[in-house]
Ligand binder design. Structure first.
Ligand code: SF4
Ligand code: SF4
Length: 217
């Protein structure tokens, strides 16, 4: 709990620092801190992405609106938006954008940045799943389906987890019988052979990303 609070306070500090550093220039902040963020200024607000997105009409902010809000400096509205977390990576917007913006990557990049600054909406299901999935697979280089499933079931507490597990018991038993779910995965589980290589690769990716940010900002 204390570690979690420390992380949250570190993120709040990061938000305050970023806000002060890029004051009144949210576009510059996005260009520096978000993957492919330098593309946002190329948007000509044609609306093709908003019209092409199969889910956009159900979101508060379509990609077109998000890009407009970035340029208008609406930092809080963008970073606290739920909409980036709803993107399913179908790439429909990307193939149809006349300016060839990597819209999907930008949407995910903004979501990731909002999470780093602790501004992402709390209890957002996609965010919760992303965190569980990332923590699960980067530990060993392989996804442990049993731990991932249990993590999802019990994320809202013990009682809610037991209820969910009970309601899904027939499917779980079916998976065990079919050899698709091994209860012993709970006590360790399979892992990739070159685990150190995975750790080194992730570190390298972080270094490259940090270098890119330093070069732009
Ligand atoms: S389709 Fe491309 S240019 Fe048009 S609004 Fe969307 S991002 Fe902007
Ligand atoms: S990639 Fe995301 S933003 Fe683009 S059309 Fe698909 S769901 Fe919408």
């Amino acid at each position: 709990m204390q570690a979690l609070q420390t992380t949250e306070s570190t993120r709040s500090d990061a938000n305050a620092a970023a806000s002060a550093r890029y004051r009144n220039n949210f576009l510059k902040e996005i260009e520096a801190q978000v993957e492919d963020g330098e593309w946002v200024k190329m948007c000509m607000q044609c609306g093709v992405c908003a019209g092409s997105c199969p889910l956009g009409s159900h979101w508060e902010h379509t990609p077109q609106k998000i890009f407009m809000m970035i340029r208008a400096g609406r930092r809080d509205d963008v970073l606290r938006s739920d909409s980036m977390w709803m993107c399913t990576s179908c790439y429909n917007c990307v193939v149809r954008c006349p300016r060839k913006l990597p819209i999907t990557q930008i949407m995910h990049g903004i979501a990731s940045y909002a999470h780093k600054l602790d501004l992402a909406p709390k209890m957002q299901p996609t965010r919760d799943f992303s965190l569980l999935f990332w923590n699960n697979c980067t530990k060993t280089g392989r996804v442990n389906e049993l731990k991932l499933t249990l993590g999802l079931y019990f994320k809202d507490g013990l009682v809610a987890g037991i209820k969910k597990g009970w309601s899904m018991r027939n499917i779980g038993l079916g998976l065990v019988k079919a050899g698709r779910l091994n209860p012993f995965e709970l006590f360790g589980g399979h892992r990739c052979k070159g685990q150190q290589g995975i750790t080194a690769m992730l570190k390298k990716a972080r270094d490259i990303e940090d270098q890119r940010k330093r070069a732009i900002s």
